[in-house]
Design a protein around this ligand. Sequence first.
Ligand SMILES: [Zn+2]
Ligand SMILES: [Zn+2]
Length: 82
Amino acid sequence: MLAVAERLRGIGDVPDVVIWHAPGDGAECDGDCDFHAIACSDSEGIVLPAPKRDVPVDLGVPGERWCDDCLAIISREPVIRR
Ligand SMILES: [Zn+2]
Ligand SMILES: [Zn+2]
């Protein structure tokens, strides 16, 4: 599942957390974009994102997790290729 990373900065001793969002509609990722739309929001997105990455839905990586809203969207809709 292609995903967009959102990095939440940890405070103090809390490490950064990476939230994976399903990509929203919009421009193709060319690996050098300054914005990524995300599926859980029509207006918000990731500014200065890392390139999209293929991430398993059953992600088992410490410090990384899926956005709950995006996960719900993914499981509700089959992946549509345009
Ligand atoms: Zn999301
Ligand atoms: Zn991109």
